[in-house]
Design a binder for this molecule. Structure first.
Ligand code: ZN
Length: 459
């Protein structure tokens, strides 16, 4: 695409920066508007402001934000100056805001590297302007059905983006049949990552998102499962099967609330890693990070050791100290992610309180039927669960679902406002797991930030 001339560049960059500054000064984290303004002035400004940059784009249903965070940390650990769209505005305009703000007035990029979280449907737009060095696809699960029309449709959206990017290295989850199938018929270099059966993880199996063999339409059989539809799948009719991962987690050597010790094979080299974020799904995110680091030609040792000092990002196992009460927040927005969160919170030998909040606003998807496909029974069965708070616009629906899942009425309480809830949690003194969906998280987090003097995410 043709680059904008100097007048268009300066005007576009200036408007973006001004809009952003104004929004921040007025106390809004406003993320899309500056990008909308800038692209209105010069549609092709992104070609200019990313000139010469090495960019990793991360898309997929679950784990995008954490994977981005890990890759950025690996890059900065290797001494690279790196931009990350930290605010989580992952549609074209939000990404544009961040990329343009990274540029000088003449449109020259300040950071030479960027890690961009990109919505599944926005990838095909972004790659019209930006040529990623690597495209990471974390996984595909049923998510926000009303927005994309199902997981097959999401796959199609991503495939369109991938087809426009023949030069990008594809970093794909070998264990997840939908994202792994994106390499079929593509000329791209591919780096697969995955967990070997030897890790000994056996989570809850749910094959509804597995899809059919992309070659012959046959049903998959599995020789091992990790969780949901991830594992060792193969098509008995045509022989298509899970590809051998180039970055393979071969053993989980230790698990605690502070993280996971794992053995990782990269090519022929064996590494011992400590992943400073707990839960199995973060082992996948870490493997994705190592595969992306390989694509970005980061030294293996540096990438592996960077995993030991990754900090949690905005609402993803983010920890808060509320006057001595340990609270951990896990954003949940679909059955697969929610079930994984339940696996995590029920893995400790300690009494806890859970706070579940469900909104159905634009940022969440209006369809909340996914709660019917979510294993709340697993949470309610845990004898360590001592109290359940339910909040958000759709608290009533969630309440009904929890009762159906076996929650005891006397342990269940409706939340009317978040500051009052925090006071209550302080009094109770038990560790708390907060499990909100997106806009509920924003509100809940705001209250926590106020109560604990934590930082706002754009600071
Ligand atoms: Zn087949």
């Amino acid at each position: 695409m043709k680059k904008p001339n100097i007048c268009q560049t300066v005007l576009s960059v200036a408007s973006c920066k001004a809009a952003r500054l104004f929004l921040r000064k007025t106390g809004r984290g406003g993320t899309a508007v500056p990008g909308i303004v800038a692209l209105k002035i010069a549609r092709n400004i992104l070609c200019k402001v990313t000139e010469g940059m090495q960019i990793v784009v991360v898309t997929g249903t679950n784990g995008k934000t954490t994977t981005c965070n890990m890759i950025e940390h690996a890059l900065t650990s290797a001494g690279k100056d790196c931009l990350l769209n930290r605010s989580g505005a992952n549609l074209l305009h939000g990404i544009a805001s961040d990329l343009i703000s990274n540029a000088t007035w003449l449109g020259k990029p300040k950071c030479r590297y960027a890690v961009l979280e990109c919505d599944e449907a926005a990838l095909k737009q972004l790659v019209d302007y930006v040529t990623p060095k690597a495209i990471v696809v974390t996984n595909l699960f049923s998510d926000q059905v009303d927005r994309y029309g199902g997981v097959q449709n999401t796959l199609k959206e991503i495939r369109t983006g991938v087809e426009k990017s023949p030069e990008s290295v594809l970093v794909l989850n070998a264990d997840e049949p939908l994202s792994a199938s994106l390499s079929l018929g593509r000329p791209n270099r591919v780096i697969y990552y995955g967990l070997e059966s030897s890790v000994g993880v056996q989570g809850d199996v749910d094959l509804k998102d597995a899809g059919k063999c992309p070659v012959c339409g046959g049903e998959y059989t599995y020789d091992h499962h990790i969780y949901a539809h991830l594992g060792g799948y193969a098509c008995p009719s045509c022989g298509y099967k899970r590809p051998e991962p180039d970055v393979a987690v071969t053993a989980i050597d230790g698990v605690s609330s502070s993280g996971t010790k794992a053995s990782v094979r990269i090519g022929n080299a064996e590494h011992k890693a400590f992943i400073s974020l707990p839960a199995v799904y973060n082992v996948y995110n870490a493997a994705a990070c190592l595969a992306a680091s390989k694509a970005m030609e980061i030294d293996e040792e540096t990438a592996v050791s960077s995993l030991s000092s990754v900090r949690s990002s905005f609402g993803r196992l983010e920890t808060f100290d509320l006057d001595g009460v340990r609270m951990q927040m896990i954003l949940v927005k679909n059955p697969a992610g929610c079930n994984q969160a339940f696996s995590y919170v029920t893995s400790f030998d300690e009494d806890f309180t859970a706070v579940l909040c469900l909104n159905d606003r634009t940022g969440d998807g209006h369809d909340i039927s996914w709660i019917n496909d979510t294993d709340y029974e697993k949470l309610c069965r845990d004898p360590h669960l001592k109290k359940l708070y339910v909040g958000g616009d759709r608290a009533q629906d969630l309440n009904a679902r929890l009762l159906e899942a076996g929650a005891r009425e006397e342990e269940l309480e409706r939340i009317t406002d978040y500051p009052a809830l925090l006071e209550e949690l302080k009094k109770e003194g038990r560790p708390v797991f907060l499990l909100p969906n997106y806009t509920a998280m924003m509100e809940l987090r705001q209250a926590i930030v106020k109560a604990t003097d934590s930082r706002d995410f754009w600071e």
